[in-house]
Design a protein around this ligand. Structure first.
Ligand code: GMT
Length: 375
């Protein structure tokens, strides 16, 4: 099949998943054209059958105080769909991608037919899409898609609850992980000795440091663990809450044991070096970072919100109420203090991630493409 994929290129779950999907579809012989304003952060090397098309942002004019990105995107989607004879435009994150794809599909008529598939990821439904300024266009764009998927049952139900979405069936296709890339460490492989000397536990958090991730709770949890056990905390990623987290680390006298690595594109090598992954989010439609940690054999301690409970089973981690840093630290310590228990959690983590292997999930998208093309 010939598939156009649009996503945000920036550090975040929806862009990561969309790019991983493009790479997997390419490996399986499909031709994939990624369309966005910059090359997605996980599309760094040459990949057979995967191409990138940059949206033209040059059409500025003094009158246009705010550049109409959605229109420029629709123009590029239309151009690529026509030239490359795309069968499908698969957009990730409803806003404004599904709206632009709707426009592109309308503009293509009658020269070329393309189906629009929208995958909902999280904040497009739980936060941004419900804002007064976007609600009606989000609902419209979902309802006018030829098919809609959500990355968890929680997100599907939340979409029905918040938007109604009559006449649209939302299919759950969960996020996935490539188990060849995301696999447990063999011995003291890679960065492990550099991050934590023997006897020192390595806790890790990866995110885009947005308020919804509750980064200060990561620091507070670590402070409690550090008080009881030799341990270090490794932060991966960057975003608006990073300066506040750095200040809190200094305030709590933890600077020697906390490292901020900034944005790293290939996180599997780092995850393999961790003993525990912390994800104390306010809301999480799925938690792709948690799944990637599990696949690397790293148990997850996080919050019982949204779709995280679908991803992290009880034997592979612990989920607690939002903000309960004492309980998070208690759960973390219970695992880290007991090597046999930690090993059991690690093994369960790997087993649970296998439910979401790329080999199982990507064919679900291909099947949806075929069904949508036949409809
Ligand atoms: O979580 C973020 O800040 C990024 C956001 C996105 O859309 O880029 O992530 C959402 O999509 C991910 C991939 O499907 C999910 O794993 C995340 O749970 C979801 N984030 C939230 O719901 C807050």
């Amino acid at each position: 099949m010939r598939i156009g994929i649009t996503c945000y290129p920036t550090y975040g779950g929806s862009g990561a998943l969309a790019t991983e999907l493009a790479l997997e579809l390419g490996r399986r012989g499909n031709e994939v054209h990624m369309i966005s304003y910059a090359s997605p952060f996980r599309l760094r090397n040459f990949a057979e059958h995967v191409f990138f098309h940059e949206v033209d942002l040059s059409g500025t004019y003094p009158l246009l105080e705010y550049f109409p990105y959605s229109l420029a995107l629709a123009v590029k989607q239309h151009e690529v769909a026509l030239r490359e004879k795309l069968d499908i435009l698969h957009v990730h994150y409803a806003l404004p991608h599904a709206t632009a794809a709707f426009l592109a599909r309308e503009m293509l008529e009658p020269d070329h037919q393309v189906k629009v598939i929208t995958t909902l990821h999280g904040t497009d439904i739980t936060l941004v899409g419900q804002a007064k300024s976007f609600f009606t266009v989000t609902k419209f764009s979902i309802e006018r898609s030829d098919a809609v998927t959500a990355v968890s049952a929680y997100l599907r139900d939340e979409t029905y609850r918040a938007f109604g979405c009559t006449d649209c069936e939302i299919e759950v296709i969960p996020n996935f992980v490539n188990l060849e890339t995301y696999r447990p460490a063999v011995g003291d492989e890679g960065c492990r000795p550099a991050l934590g000397p023997p006897g020192v536990q390595v806790l890790m958090h990866i995110s885009n440091f947005r308020p919804v991730k509750r980064v200060p709770d990561v620091v507070q949890t670590f402070a409690r663990v550090r008080a009881e056990l030799p341990s270090v905390l490794v932060f991966v990623g960057d975003g608006p809450e990073r300066p506040a987290a750095e200040e809190l680390v200094a305030e709590l006298g933890l600077s020697r044991d906390v490292r901020f690595l900034g944005k790293v594109d290939a996180v599997a090598d780092l995850l393999r070096c961790a003993d525990l992954f912390l994800l104390p989010s306010e809301s999480e439609s799925f938690g792709l970072a948690a799944l990637e940690a599990l696949a690397c054999g790293v148990p997850v301690v996080g919050t019982a919100v949204g779709g995280l409970a679908e991803v992290v089973p009880e034997d592979a981690g612990a989920l607690v109420p939002v903000g309960d840093v004492d309980l998070m630290a208690e759960k973390a310590l219970a695992m880290l203090r007991d090597p046999a228990r930690l090993r059991a959690f690690r093994e369960a983590a790997v087993r649970s991630a296998a439910r979401y292997s790329a080999d199982r999930i990507v064919p679900m998208y291909e099947d949806l493409y075929r069904r949508t093309l036949a409809s």
